[in-house]
Design a protein around this ligand. Sequence first.
Ligand SMILES: *[C@@H]1O[C@H](CO)[C@@H](O)[C@H](O)[C@H]1NC(C)=O
Ligand SMILES: *[C@@H]1O[C@H](CO)[C@@H](O)[C@H](O)[C@H]1NC(C)=O
Ligand SMILES: *[C@@H]1O[C@H](CO)[C@@H](O)[C@H](O)[C@H]1NC(C)=O
Length: 485
Amino acid sequence: MEALHLAKILLWGLFLHRCIVSVDSAVGVNWGTLSSHKLPPAVVVDLMRENKIGKVKLFDADPDVLRALKGSGIAVMVGIPNELLAVLASSIAASDLWVSQNVSRFMVKGGVDIRYVAVGNEPFLSSYQGRYQSLVLPAMLNIQQSLARANLGGYIKLVVPCNADAYQSASVPSQGVFRPELTQIMTQLVSFLNSNGSPFVVNIYPFLSLYQSADFPQDYAFFEGSSHPVVDGQNVYYNAFDGNFDTLVAALSKIGYGQMPIAIGEVGWPTEGAPCANVTAARAFNQGLISHILSNKGTPLRPGIPPVDIYLFSLLDEEQKSLLPGNFERHWGIYSFDGQAKYPLNLGLGNGWLKNAKNVPYLPSRWCVADPSQDITVVTNHMKLACSVADCTTLYFGGSCNAIGDKGNISYAFNSYYQLQKQDSRSCDFDGIGMITFLDPSVGDCRFLVGINDNNSSCTGCGIFCGLWMMALWVIIYLRVMSSL
Ligand SMILES: *[C@@H]1O[C@H](CO)[C@@H](O)[C@H](O)[C@H]1NC(C)=O
Ligand SMILES: *[C@@H]1O[C@H](CO)[C@@H](O)[C@H](O)[C@H]1NC(C)=O
Ligand SMILES: *[C@@H]1O[C@H](CO)[C@@H](O)[C@H](O)[C@H]1NC(C)=O
């Protein structure tokens, strides 16, 4: 027992040491995994290290991802999905189990440097109509206790990433208040965060303001100055980010926590899928944002105090994300799904432009296209079907493949489906209209993708050991069932 305790103290010493010597890099990234062409986690971790990215925010606690982060020195925020809040709020046993399976297990020497646990993801979003509202605090309290019991209470902080719709303002930033129905819960939440030294985490999206409102001044979304500044008494706002940030500061002040540290959980700009989403705009926004943060200017209500942390949304494109928000939802990455930088970006981490992923395990260089000798007037249904599971968002207005013609559209859809099916030759049939080609059909900016061989981390790839392990498991289950009869 004593030795274990000593080891833990030594371990914290190690962590502390690391945190003092390494430059606390300001810019981190969100790493979401809603993709059917997942890069192996180890490749993503190498990509982050190559780019000196020292902070990553996850949306869950995927063991494959956490294993890859072992020994990387990257500071990690793991997430508790909203769907788990109910059980974690109602059962301390569930929260103990969650912490032991998803946190403690990785907090060993040479393990994962988990610094934050995000309890829910935008749980107060107005479109959830209060579904998770009453669960957040009870879940937090349980997780807090479980962390304390695991001797991690002092090291790991709990946060709740909130959408910016948690607060509002009738006019200018200084009028910011939390949504009336959230006032009480926010007061309790912020008091809890404050007593634990946790920041308030908020997701801010000037892109969505521009996308959703026709009369939102275009230049106000960026950082180059605005011909429509917002004048708020003595303060003048030249960009939506600062305006939004200070609306939160004002809302926090009104409940008595004007000094609460703020971290940006998500911020970014998509590269396609909407008229105002393109590579030029994404680059201008992200680079402007990074320079703005690194200048340490802060905002009018917090001069000289930039956010404590900032996580770009997102590291990689995720082509299985919901299309409900719009086609752009699958194109938030500073990298495409396969870790290739979409535009030059300097993260301000002393490393120059983004560097691409190495050792990407692509499937063979082959594509599925519509056979040019076939009549393609009959394929609408095939195309619909292909696009209902594979990603075809680039074909639409504002997409990089919008101008490739009817035949191009069909080929693109066929190929997306074929790659989704890991190049299974049967998936390129389409009643004899599809054909496999070894010539890259990409045209201009429109890239016909080649999938990624990502099954080596799952069971199908682990061969005989996995088989033996499964057999052993069945034997154990069998024996258990027998003995309980
Ligand atoms: C650990 O986290 C994963 C991913 O979020 C989740 O699926 C799993 O249920 C968690 N484990 C427990 C015991 O809650
Ligand atoms: C890219 O988006 C910006 C900002 O919304 C817009 O002003 C510009 O016209 C777009 N560029 C192209 C080439 O569509
Ligand atoms: C390709 O499909 C997109 C999306 O349906 C459409 O906007 C575009 O017009 C199509 N192109 C042609 C030439 O049909």
